[in-house]
Design a protein around this ligand. Structure first.
Ligand code: UD1
Length: 419
């Protein structure tokens, strides 16, 4: 069991480079199944979740390899359409192979997905969309079976702009006969990145980045080489860490446009945020910032994947702030851990009311999920004294060389083996 030991109170300084986006890389890796042959995906971060997706693809008969920052996927043959339970249970994004498998092989059998325990996370919208495209879907015994001779284009309205459902339906529709229209589609940059990858393979996806997607089905797709977009959640985590430690940090290789919801909230709290033309963002906090209210929303709203990290920052600000989580129904597990560090937070339904403290104090805390883990690291960096963050396998799912990058910016942080 590994843990991170962090001595807090050191402002982050210097510069840190952001890597490729986990949440773009995973669907793109799944989408590589659509085209027979070898696709090369560049700027894929080295993460547990990426390894899990590689395991899923390999279990389906598509070998994968890593060369530096690239993953090569050979989807010449797909010999199996049932990824193993252990991999699907380990990561919800494994479910993203259902659309490509159905479109390419006409069949898929998969266990209900797992992942971070941040709510019930149903899959009804994925299934609604695939069924509208003509898939025969059978559920039972914790598994889903879907079959289709050839999918046919259809009009699908999503009750909620689910990222995964938009991606699964979009991937399936690329090889369907005729036009598919997805209304109330997710507009996240990772959805746009997936659409760009699909188009690079020869798909006809229009409207990505808006809430109306139009996908004209084609008869076949060709493998391609594609570079994944920078990770806005990693960039946001670093920006918030800089603010919480009252540091001065240049976050390199970000897409400033994607960071607007975070930049706006940091500025509102009194932090200095400057966007460079080269994709760098400078965050500087000289004095104690003010508490601000935040509500998570689908993109372009404030991302739920930065809610926990922003809460850690709010704990160190002056005055009250209210953070409302509207995307997931159970995403406040970090609150109990922050309380161990002296945070004063009251949960009221879907909102957390935070009374900022002069300082947090080091303590022993435990990651409950990926972003909660990042939240605790930020709290620890800002706190007085030493914090030990345990169960960091959650952090390793989504942050590449996290402690190394933070140490490069001056943090006193060490990975220790607890035996
Ligand atoms: C993706 C991201 C995750 C992020 C989330 C929201 C990946 C690999 N993961 O997850 O990091 O937190 O977007 O930005 O990209 N829902 C339904 N029915 C469905 C599908 C979803 O009700 O069929 C609900 C979920 O329970 C949740 C909300 O929609 O409350 C958002 O989920 P969704 O956008 O699908 O998130 P994911 O794709 O799982």
């Amino acid at each position: 069991m590994e843990a991170l030991v962090i001595r807090g109170g050191v402002p982050l300084r210097g510069s840190v480079r952001v890597g490729g986006a986990k949440n773009a890389a995973l669907p793109i890796m799944a989408a590589a199944l659509l085209a027979p042959g070898k696709s090369t995906i560049e700027e894929v971060p080295q993460l547990l979740d990426v390894d899990t997706m590689r395991g899923v693809l390999e279990s389906l008969g598509s070998p994968t390899s890593r060369q530096g920052g690239s993953i090569i996927i050979d989807a010449t043959d797909i010999s199996n359409s049932e990824p193993p339970y252990d991999l699907v249970r380990a990561m919800r994004a494994s479910f993203l192979v259902i659309g490509p498998l159905l479109a390419r092989s006409g069949r898929v059998r998969i266990s209900l997905p797992g992942g971070c325990a941040i709510g019930s996370r149903p899959i009804d919208l994925h299934l609604k969309g695939l069924s509208a495209l003509g898939a025969e879907i059978d559920t039972g015994y914790g598994r889903i079976s879907a079959t289709a001779d050839r999918l046919t284009g259809a009009r699908v309205y999503l009750d909620f702009p689910s990222v995964g459902a938009t991606e699964n339906i979009m991937m399936a529709a690329t090889l369907a006969q005729g036009l598919t229209v997805i209304e109330n589609a997710a507009q996240e940059p990772e959805v746009v990145d997936l659409a760009n990858f699909l188009n690079a393979m020869g798909a006809k996806v229009r409207g990505a980045g808006t809430n109306l997607l139009r996908i004209e089905g084609v008869d076949g797709l060709q493998p391609t080489t594609y570079t994944v977009v920078p990770d806005r959640i990693e960039a946001g985590t670093l920006m918030i860490a800089a603010a919480a430690t009252r540091g001065s940090l240049v976050v390199e290789n970000a897409v400033p446009e994607h960071m607007k919801p975070i930049s706006a909230k940091l500025r509102e709290s009194g932090v200095y945020v400057v966007e460079g033309d080269d994709g760098s963002i400078t965050v500087q906090a000289d004095s104690r910032a003010d508490g601000v209210d935040v509500k998570t929303m689908p993109y372009p709203g404030f991302p739920t994947d930065l809610q926990a990290q922003f809460m850690a920052f709010m704990c160190t600000c002056s005055g009250m702030s209210v953070i409302t989580e509207t995307v997931f129904e159970n995403r406040f597990m970090h609150v109990a851990e922050l309380a161990r560090m002296g945070a004063n937070i009251r949960i009221d339904g879907r909102s957390a009311v935070i009374e900022g403290q002069d300082h947090l104090s080091g303590a022993q805390v435990r990651c409950t999920d990926l972003r909660a883990g990042a939240c605790l690291v930020i709290a620890a960096l800002a706190a007085r004294g030493t914090t030990e963050v345990s169960e960091i396998h959650h952090i390793d799912r989504g942050y590449e060389r996290f402690e190394e990058k933070l140490a490069g910016a001056g943090a006193i942080i060490e990975r220790v083996n607890k035996g």
